[in-house]
Design a protein around this ligand. Structure first.
Ligand SMILES: [Zn+2]
Length: 255
């Protein structure tokens, strides 16, 4: 698999997943069909499917125009089926999708929206607005319990799995993370790298599951340093994973 990353709108990412044997290509989350088609032409690849992660327009706004350009199946979560434009293939946990010689598995990861899904395969996960580099998505429709469960599933993927998320939010996310774990060495190192990349206008995505586990506060709800610092701000906070997650999410919403 070759992945082409397309920065779009203000801070979104569209991805082209290309089967190098056949040139068959899936488009993950395109809000801007023109920008996506320009890259498809430049790469000389054959778009054969759209993989939508969730129904928000900054992820699916380009579906209609892409379908007008070329008719192709549109995949998306079963629970988002009424809200993803041009959806033809509602999918859910465990479903498999082939793309040339590549195979992707669907993972249900509700929380940000109730029908949010990830596409997992070829050593990578395309997780939309659920897990971000250094952060996680806001809870627009789902519950904190759902989000904790979804993040737990992502966290269980092998450490080298490349994490392709829907937005370039990393620097701000890590600035927030540093308020909770200022002494976390891998967080400090990552932050310095990210500041450097952003100065050069380079993407900080993808990261890996292993990296995220080392600095992402939403995957570190058991970290003693994080819990200690959180309790200084919220005396009496319970330290079970859900309570810690809820507290961290609430603080990030106001950061
Ligand atoms: Zn979203």
């Amino acid at each position: 698999m070759r992945v082409v990353q397309i920065p779009t709108l203000f801070d979104n990412y569209t991805y082209l997943l290309i089967c190098e044997k056949t040139g068959q290509t899936a488009i993950v989350d395109s809000p801007d069909a023109e920008a996506t088609l320009a890259v498809i032409r430049r790469e000389g690849v054959d778009p054969v499917a759209i993989f939508s992660t969730h129904h928000h327009m900054d992820h699916v706004g380009g579906n209609e125009e892409l379908i007008a350009f070329k008719k192709m199946p549109v995949y998306g979560g079963l629970n988002d089926r009424q809200r993803i434009p041009c959806l033809t293939h509602p999918v859910e946990e465990g479903d498999q999708i082939s793309l040339g010689s590549l195979i992707f598995r669907v993972m249900d990861i509700p929380g940000h929206t109730r029908g949010h899904i990830a596409y997992v395969g070829e050593g990578a996960v395309f997780c939309g607005d659920t897990l971000f580099a250094g952060g996680c998505g806001r809870l627009f429709e789902g519950s904190a319990e759902q989000m904790v469960f979804s993040l737990g599933k992502l966290k269980n993927l092998p450490n080298p799995t490349a994490v392709y998320c829907g937005h370039e939010y990393t620097q701000k996310n890590l600035e927030f993370a540093l308020t909770l774990e200022p002494d976390n060495q891998s967080l400090q190192t990552k932050y310095a790298e990210v500041v450097d990349l952003r100065k050069k206008s380079k993407p900080t995505v993808p990261t890996t599951i292993g990296e995220e586990k080392s600095y992402n506060p939403f995957l570190r709800t058991e970290s003693p340093e994080l819990i200690t610092n959180l309790k200084k701000k919220i005396p009496g906070l319970k330290d079970d994973r859900l309570s810690v997650f809820v507290a961290v999410r609430k603080m990030k919403d106001g950061f």
